[in-house]
Design a protein. Structure first.
Length: 385
């Protein structure tokens, strides 16, 4: 198990680099370019929210997984905006090689299944891949169109993309999206539809990309934000799902982790080792959940709120595994960056065992058995110093 788990962790560490791949489009507030990791999280959220728009033969669970990994190759080849001159055939070959390299870090069975899913997305032939591609065409456009003050150059790119570019086919493939984009371009409110009714929520969640955590990227270049963190721990949960206790539904876990930090848009991030008034924090987060999920149609508001509350309570097998995964990512990162947030908050091993070890032990005991000796070695060395 140790060799297999170590290979899986190395893949997940490598995936951290996607957080440093900037895209051509900007956050809604125009403060900076969006990176490919937070874009992947946002697309997964689009898939979950737009499920009622999908055809009956589409599996949203598979679409979410496709979108989690679809841009990982950009760690190697970078982002290539659709409006720039590109040798697309050469890029396709480079991406195929990058996919083989990256997924090849995983154990052979996972490497094959991840590569096959990525190739299915790229081929764009199955119902799941087609819907995933629809969303990948939509999100960057509405990132521009829903901005309070969109960049005129970006608006021109959207216009061209919608008229004769890659998004033009949405006129027949996803007409509700095409109509909403067209109306926003000419300054009109979109017609009421299953698609347009979910846009305000999705636009609001863009703010999670500006909520920064106490943990840092593995490159140590900056603090991690909560959107890219959510993407990364979803990937953690998927890759490490074999270490969950029997009976866990990984698809429900992925949805919990997709939604779990959205409340931080209103309530902010509260570092696990910081001084926090937990009662006040819970009240703030509950109010945030009510407001944010309240922007959705009633059935989704109810189901998302229930899933978020289940995660918070950690009283189900699914929630306990989700909590375990939420706890394990940061220690792995801190071990890579010389202590990271442990140094900033003067954390002791006893605190780690209580605040990190207990949740991991409850949800994924094998993962704690693997991680604990590394933590002991780190903190023992710190004491010697």
């Amino acid at each position: 198990m140790t060799e297999r788990l170590s290979a899986q962790i190395e893949f997940l560490k490598r995936a951290d680099r996607l957080k440093s791949v900037d895209r051509a489009n900007f956050l809604l507030d125009q403060s900076r370019p969006e990176n490919a990791a937070e874009h992947s999280w946002q697309l997964a959220l689009w898939a979950l929210a737009m499920e009622p728009v999908a055809d009956e033969d589409v599996s949203i669970n598979r679409v979410i997984r496709m979108l989690l990994l679809h841009d990982l190759v950009e760690i190697v080849v970078g982002d290539h905006p659709i409006h720039l001159q590109t040798d697309w055939q050469a890029l396709e070959q480079a991406e195929q090689a990058a996919a083989a390299e990256l997924f090849g870090l995983l154990p052979a069975d996972q490497a094959a299944s991840f590569l096959a899913l990525w190739q299915e997305f790229e081929a764009d032939r199955t119902p799941d891949a087609k819907f995933a591609k629809h969303l990948d065409r939509c999100q960057p456009m509405f990132q521009v169109l829903c901005s309070p003050a969109p960049n005129p150059e970006h608006l021109a790119i959207v216009q061209n993309n919608l008229n004769s570019g890659r998004a033009a086919y949405l006129k027949t493939a996803l007409p509700q999206a095409y109509d909403a984009a067209h109306r926003l371009l000419i300054g009109e409110a979109p017609a009421q539809s299953a698609f347009s009714s979910r846009l305000p929520f999705l636009a609001e969640t863009d703010q999670l990309k500006s909520v920064y955590r106490a943990s840092r990227l593995l490159s140590d270049q900056r603090f991690e934000n909560s959107a890219e963190h959510s993407w990364h721990i979803m990937l953690f949960a998927w890759v490490l799902c074999e270490y969950a206790t029997p009976g866990v539904s990984i698809d429900r876990v992925l949805k919990m982790l997709l939604l779990h930090d959205i409340v931080e848009i209103d309530a902010g991030d509260h570092p696990i080792h910081g001084q926090v008034d937990h009662a006040a924090q819970e009240a703030e987060e509950q109010a945030a959940a009510n407001r944010l999920f309240g922007m959705l149609p009633t059935d989704q508001r109810i189901s998302y709120l229930a899933l978020w509350q289940e995660f918070e309570a950690a009283d189900s097998q699914d929630a306990r595994f989700a909590k375990a995964i939420d706890r394990i990512q940061t220690p792995i990162g801190n071990l890579e960056t010389g202590g990271g947030s442990w140094v900033d908050y003067d954390v002791t091993f006893a605190q780690i065992e209580k605040r990190v070890g207990n949740p991991i032990q409850q949800g994924a005991p094998d993962l704690w058995a693997w991680l604990r000796p590394q933590l002991v070695a780190y903190f023992t060395a710190e004491i010697r110093v």
